[in-house]
Design a protein around this ligand. Structure first.
Ligand code: G
Ligand code: G
Ligand code: MN
Ligand code: NA
Length: 251
């Protein structure tokens, strides 16, 4: 059997789950939200990374189905946490560009009771490259709903500044490749991060630095006024139950 064949049955077999990685206000250290990350436990192969199976799902035409399941699960879980947190959900460009997508979001919110401003959709520039549906119409519909939008993996790919102009983003996520190298001697990456922060501040957007693993990285992004931080220095992705427990014990 191919991985694709197994993937087609993974949801029905209950092999998928969603974990949540904390996102923290870099100044106060308080958790303000989480990023939902899908997990697939294959019965034979064990954990398969979404970096591997998401592209297969896109290719196989089943990404919308998986994405919708993740969205519903994330909204339902978030509505049950002991304190209000924002939940960020990654959305594939293929899923986003379907004219059905805004209705999917409406349903997930209605079904869970989650407030629209507690949901943040993380999209990549791939959204602007796809030729399907009217991207502007989808952006407007989502803004009207009151959900938040984040531009993920910023700084990689083409990163046209026009993307920031053409869509109403609330946040830029600075790709972890910049963070990783920023504290090396003579690194130019801190200048790049500073430029992204200046741009975001001028456009009234928040920033999240991803992949923070070490204290020197955290100190640097604080100096550069990045507003939020995410990475193993705070926490790996947690199950909804473990996150709830962490919140109850005072995070
Ligand atoms: O889970 P991990 O941190 O290994 O994520 C690997 C990649 O998979 C990242 O690029 C992340 O954005 C992506 N990813 C994780 N969960 C989802 C999801 O639910 N939907 C989509 N489209 N991508 C996801
Ligand atoms: O593309 P996206 O930004 O959604 O991907 C998130 C990915 O980053 C996931 O695979 C997640 O497991 C990973 N990740 C989260 N925190 C860290 C970290 O501190 N270090 C590293 N190397 N990866 C991280
Ligand atoms: Mn992401
Ligand atoms: Na990212």
């Amino acid at each position: 059997r191919t991985l694709e064949e197994d993937l087609r049955e993974a949801l029905a077999r209950g092999e998928m789950s969603v974990e949540y990685q904390p996102i923290v206000n870099a100044r106060t250290n308080r958790m303000t939200g989480v990023e939902a990350l899908v997990r697939w436990r294959h019965p034979v192969r064990g954990d398969v990374s979404p970096a591997l199976f998401i592209p297969i799902a896109e290719e196989a035409g089943i990404i919308a189905q998986i994405g919708e399941w993740v969205l519903r699960k994330a909204c339902a879980d978030a509505a049950g946490w002991p304190r209000k947190l924002r939940v960020a959900v990654n959305v594939s460009p293929i899923q986003f560009s379907s004219e059905r997508f805004p209705a999917t979001v409406v349903n997930a919110l209605a079904h869970s009771g989650l407030a629209p401003n507690q949901l943040e959709l993380e999209i990549t520039e791939g959204v602007f490259l796809s030729q399907s549906a009217d991207t502007d119409t989808i952006f407007s519909a989502l803004k009207e709903l009151g959900v938040r939008l984040a531009l993920d993996d910023f700084g990689t790919g083409y990163s046209s500044l026009g993307y920031l102009q053409s869509a109403p983003f609330d946040k830029i996520k600075i790709d972890q490749s910049f963070v990783r190298a920023a504290t090396l001697p003579d690194s130019r990456n801190s200048a790049i991060i500073a430029a992204i922060v200046a741009l975001a501040e001028a456009l009234d957007m928040e920033t999240t630095a991803e992949g923070i693993e070490y204290m020197d990285q955290l100190n640097l992004i604080r100096e550069l006024r990045v507003s939020h931080a995410q990475g193993w220095i705070y926490s790996r992705a947690l199950s909804s139950a473990d996150l709830s427990e962490k919140l109850e014990t005072g995070d």
